[in-house]
Design a protein around this ligand. Structure first.
Ligand SMILES: Nc1ncnc2c1ncn2[C@@H]1O[C@H](COP(=O)(O)OP(=O)(O)OP(=O)(O)O)[C@@H](O)[C@H]1O
Ligand SMILES: [Mg+2]
Length: 463
């Protein structure tokens, strides 16, 4: 499997020589000549490997490395050092860089390193395949997450990657965006999957009771504690503890939680015994936790401990491309014996243009509601809940489409995707792509310009 590589170095000759060599070895290479450009590329897409000089103009290599560790933990990083930056490189190696090469370096060593990276990635992919096959064997049950938008596709990849780690994850996003589903997926795809996933809704308990719930208590520890009881932490030992609505944890419990995160230990209420546990913590909130920290309502140290890794779920209105698949998904769930045959264009118009303040949960309810009301046949706009009346299905300016666009738009989209695939397949080589597509190089060049596409690099991608 060829690798998608970003090569970042400010020396033009190095970019050219190394870029050519990598492309000749079959990899898809893009290049960036300084740190700022590299960051722009990284904001746009995820690479398999980033080969990065440490001494760079604008944004330094260490910053890029740290950014990647945070934002794209699945990307392998190889660093290039000149004189003087070796200590940085060694530090990066400790923090998960694959290797560092000292200039002038041996190209064969780099290629050899990439073969190793490829093997590792292939193994990891195989493992994921096996896992997701196991998961989907249960069918598209209530636990299944769907989404075809680019943001959600990336999010699914990120979930796969983060699942392998033991570090705490903080999931943020508006109400109804799927935070709980992500927490489940993280657990189910982790090595802890065979162990318990214990959920505690931190908003559901008054102060002392939450502490007792989390850490357990001795008999008589407080009024009403008639019996000794194990806390959720102990129940979750070896598995995952999901702290939902984590922003609601009262100050006292925040201190205790911090200690568990630091030392893996706590004391049950009314007990002197120290309990050690091995629990992965996933937390979620729809509140702006950072703001709560600024307002001194949530401990800053705890905040950073909880969000070593993070997943942000975008609101549904920012990923309308997911609406059609979500509708299909929920129809499958709520249309008893598939008696609903589909949706009218007026119903689609409403679903595609509603603001969805309640996100996926609101969409789920809307489809459930409509399935019950319609009973069978097609769902029309008037079967949808009243809250969706902010969209007028008869507004002539709305495209009545059900996800169906005008043919010209659809063809344009298809062409764009097709060109991108073809370019990728030929490692960005435009001559070969044009040949294969049976059009002239000039024609291809014009099409790429209209679509705003850039070849993924033929080793000299900046031409
Ligand atoms: N991508 C998705 N695919 C399928 N179903 C989804 C998806 N996202 C959310 N849902 C469904 O929408 C509902 C709300 O999701 P969930 O409970 O995970 O949201 P949440 O972010 O935890 O919300 P809250 O902040 O209100 O607790 C659930 O029934 C869930 O199954
Ligand atoms: Mg929730």
């Amino acid at each position: 499997m060829p690798l998608d590589i970003l090569l970042v170095d400010d020396e033009p000759t190095l970019r050219l020589v190394v870029g050519d060599k990598l492309a000749a070895a079959g990899h898809r290479v893009e290049v960036a000549s300084d740190g700022a450009r590299a960051m722009e590329r990284l904001a746009e897409r995820v690479y398999d490997v980033v080969i990065c000089d440490l001494l760079l103009p604008k944004v330094g290599g260490m910053r890029i490395f740290e950014h990647l560790r945070r934002e794209a933990p699945g990307t392998d990083v190889i660093l290039i050092t000149g004189q003087g930056s070796v200590p940085d490189a060694v530090q990066a190696l400790r923090n998960g860089a694959v290797d560092y090469l000292t200039k002038p370096f041996d190209l064969e060593r780099l290629l050899h390193e990439l073969v190793r990276v490829e093997e590792q990635r292939e193994l990891a992919r195989e493992l994921r395949r096996v896992k997701s096959a196991l998961l989907s064997a249960g069918g598209a049950g209530p636990g299944a997450m769907v989404g075809r938008s680019t943001v959600m596709q990336r999010l699914f990849e990120r979930v796969e990657t983060l699942a392998g780690s033991d570090a705490p994850v903080l999931i943020t996003g508006e109400s109804g965006t799927g935070k709980e589903l992500v927490a489940r997926a993280l657990h189910e795809r982790s090595p802890r999957a065979g162990r318990p996933l214990v959920t505690v809704n931190c908003a559901a308990f008054p102060e002392t009771l939450l502490e007792a719930e989390l850490f357990g208590h001795e008999r008589g520890a407080f009024t009403g504690a008639f019996k000794k009881r194990d806390g959720r932490f102990r129940v979750a030992d070896g598995g995952t503890l999901f702290l939902d609505e984590v922003a609601e944890i009262p100050p006292q419990a925040q201190v205790k939680l911090l200690r568990v995160l630091q030392e893996g230990a706590f004391q049950p209420l009314g007990s002197n015994e120290t309990v050690k546990v091995n629990v992965r913590i996933i937390s979620a909130t729809h509140q702006p936790l950072k703001q709560l920290v600024a307002d001194h309502r949530f401990r800053e140290d705890l905040y950073y401990r909880l969000r070593v890794l993070d997943v942000r779920l975008p609101p549904l209105r920012e990923r309308r491309g997911d609406i059609p698949v979500l509708v299909e998904h929920f129809l499958g769930r709520f249309s008893a014996e598939r008696r609903i045959t589909g949706l009218t264009p007026r119903a689609w118009a409403v679903l595609l243009h509603h603001a969805w303040p309640g996100n996926v949960r609101e969409l789920e309810h809307a489809i459930h509601h409509a399935c019950v009301l319609a009973g069978g046949g097609e769902i029309d706009a008037h079967h949808l809940p009243d809250e969706l009346a902010d969209v007028d299905p008869d507004d002539a300016s709305l495209p009545l489409d059900g996800g169906i666009q005008p043919l010209a738009t659809a063809l344009r989209e298809f062409e764009r995707e097709y060109l991108q695939r073809a370019l990728d397949a030929f490692g960005g080589n435009r001559t070969r792509t044009a040949e294969k597509l049976g059009i002239s190089r000039k024609n291809l060049w014009e099409k790429l310009r209209t679509h705003g596409l850039k070849p993924a690099g033929d080793g000299r991608a900046e031409d």
